[in-house]
Ligand binder design. Sequence first.
Ligand SMILES: C[S@@+](CC[C@H](N)C(=O)[O-])C[C@H]1O[C@@H](n2cnc3c(N)ncnc32)[C@H](O)[C@@H]1O
Length: 257
Amino acid sequence: MALEHIDTDYKLEHFMADGLLPDLAFLYRRISDATVATVAEAPPGSAVDVGSGASRELARLAQMGWQTYAVDPSAHMLGVSRLLQGEATIQLVRAIGERLPFADESLDVVACQAALDHFADRFAFMEEAARVVKPQGRVIVSLNNFEGLSCKLGRLLHPLARASRLHHCADWPCWQIPPDHTFKGDWQVVQELGQSRLKLERAYGVSLLCMFYGWGHLLHRLPDGLAQRLLRLADRIAYGRPAWSDVIVSIWRPIAG
Ligand SMILES: C[S@@+](CC[C@H](N)C(=O)[O-])C[C@H]1O[C@@H](n2cnc3c(N)ncnc32)[C@H](O)[C@@H]1O
């Protein structure tokens, strides 16, 4: 593992932006709801969120009776978690996903939301997740999909969009990998994450067409009720088609070793 690539200095402003267009605001809300709902399919137990950022999901799970641990190497993000969520409900741990400071088979759920593509070594994290999760527990990973419909169509239509005003609708072309990502996530990559330690139980997609040319601006101009209905419809289509979706949620169980 190339430890020098570990980002210990992640800051809130790297992730959140003010004045989000409706498609991105919906995506952030949906990923968060998806993580909480998927963890909460099991009765309350112990859960760690690795690359927890501001720990919003853990705060919601703690309210539902879960014993929660936030793991992040960024002192800044742990400080944000402490400030926003309080330390009483969530135990904050400064560590990296590639070396989890938990005993073997000690946790009911290991979650990793929109963070794996920031890790120096995704396979080392999955190994660690398989080690610390209980035999009946689950590992839940959500990952940005850079080969979804939005990215594929965006790439295809790019020359056309450049020749038109639509070019200006994409502040950041959705298929371009941000500089702080360590690899390109897609459905193929997700399916290969488990190696010999974790078995993919199921996967679903979250959101469709996020950041596609003009989509966010169009939704912004529509009455809010209609925009939200369209976003929910697209999300329902994405659910059964993880390869097309903007974010892929994968649920893993440990393989008895
Ligand atoms: C895009 S943020 C996601 C935060 C949060 N999970 C969310 O969805 O809002 C990525 C997070 O991963 C953390 N991170 C980066 N490298 C990591 C590593 N090797 N192990 C654990 N977390 C890491 C960063 O500090 C940052 O808080």
